[in-house]
Design a protein. Structure first.
Length: 76
């Protein structure tokens, strides 16, 4: 018996010539692939989902680091 999983595909985010595919963890800018570290990728995804918004450092850390603020809070 095969188990079927219902995995929801995250939508592709497009802002001008910037295209982010969260499902594949892939970014292209003007059709050129961009490499980012995982946390940089998460931060970019978060920021492009809320264009023009000012995000609090607490929300930013909770979304990108899943609440692991540690000593890096002083960097912002």
């Amino acid at each position: 018996m095969l188990l079927q999983m219902n995995i929801e595909r995250q939508p592709v985010i497009q802002r001008g010539s910037l295209v982010i595919d969260p499902q594949c963890c892939m970014i292209t800018l003007a059709e050129e692939e961009i490499s980012l570290y995982p946390k940089e990728f998460d931060a970019l995804c978060l920021l492009t989902q809320y264009p023009g918004w000012v995000l609090s450092s607490g929300l930013f850390y909770k979304a990108v680091w899943q609440g692991e603020m540690g000593r890096w809070i002083c960097v912002l």
